[in-house]
Design a protein around this ligand. Sequence first.
Ligand SMILES: Nc1ncnc2c1ncn2[C@@H]1O[C@H](COP(=O)(O)OP(=O)(O)OP(=O)(O)O)[C@@H](O)[C@H]1O
Ligand SMILES: O=P(O)(O)O[C@H]1[C@H](O)[C@@H](O)[C@H](OP(=O)(O)O)[C@@H](OP(=O)(O)O)[C@H]1O
Ligand SMILES: [Mg+2]
Ligand SMILES: [Mg+2]
Length: 336
Amino acid sequence: MAANSSSPADSSSSPRPHTYTIGYAMLPNKHDTFVQPSFLDLAARHSVRLEAVDASRPLAEQGPFDIIVHKLYGQAWRAQLEAFSALHPDVPVVDPPAAIERILDRFTMLDVVAGLGVATEGAVATPRQVFVADAAALACDDADAALSGLRFPLIAKPVEVDGSAASHDLCLVYRREGLRGLREPVVLQEFVNHGGVLFKVYVVGDHATCVMRSSLPDVADARLHDLAADAAAPFANISLLPPPAAGDVEMPPQDFVNRVARELRRALGLHLINFDLIRASDPDGDAKYLILDINYCPGYSKMPGFEPVVLEFLLELLRNRPGHEQPCPALALARV
Ligand SMILES: Nc1ncnc2c1ncn2[C@@H]1O[C@H](COP(=O)(O)OP(=O)(O)OP(=O)(O)O)[C@@H](O)[C@H]1O
Ligand SMILES: O=P(O)(O)O[C@H]1[C@H](O)[C@@H](O)[C@H](OP(=O)(O)O)[C@@H](OP(=O)(O)O)[C@H]1O
Ligand SMILES: [Mg+2]
Ligand SMILES: [Mg+2]
């Protein structure tokens, strides 16, 4: 087990509290919002220090670390983490790269939902979707076969989620002509009317916080047949728009949010995710809520009160490591 070895001799009578080191590896934009001085101060008060990992140097030569938290992409980084884990099997890597990989593909990321208890009970579903490897298939007369019976409007989403701005360039497609020019490989997903309101659920271990965000407005049937209007409309980062007025929207019940969050993160084997939830305006069948998107290690700075929640999660991980002897102080927080 890696432990912090740099503990200078302490001349006072009470033993110096053990300091834990969390190595974090993330792109500068995430780092700037996540690792703010207020978070470093709070962590320091609980004997935790955060240390930036230099991803260009072998991870195994850095540290020692008690936990690694990361959000970087690519095979080279994955190989680094695997080499580190082979050397330090007791140091938690949050989260394991193999589990993250599953949600870096928009076609497979939602597969997990069908197996959740909340889904088998009919409370949650996902939109119908197809994977299109060859956009030419969409331009030909046989496009209906490629669409497997999906109904317009559709949302076109790049398959790969790789942290780039382009991976968030989506397109709302109203009719067939709008499919021309889409860049493959692409996922086509049925757009589901939901009153223009999105619920984003931030999950940190056993803790879930649901916030309301703006979404795309409902699409009326008449819009699909309006040949004078554009056949498709590109969009990106819609959820960064100001949220709707809080009083006008009924939030999903917290018990329900907790349950979906718990089942989802356990099924995925991930601790740090958020997911997008909508309430269908005109549900087809019994499922009222749909999960649209799952993100690994999202922008927690946009989650109200994230700092104590993230710190308590890290402390809990430290407490639960095999063979750890030193008590880590707890923060009092509500749990899922
Ligand atoms: N099937 C759908 N039906 C209705 N609205 C949708 C659907 N898919 C996506 N949206 C809307 O488009 C937004 C962006 O889609 P999505 O979340 O898949 O993209 P993203 O770029 O991965 O977003 P994020 O920034 O959360 O990672 C959603 O938050 C939601 O507002
Ligand atoms: O690094 P990529 O793969 O682009 O991930 C993004 C997620 O997809 C978004 O969901 C995050 O924003 P939200 O916290 O609003 O979901 C967004 O948060 P950020 O912009 O604060 O980092 C990113 O984490
Ligand atoms: Mg999303
Ligand atoms: Mg996403």
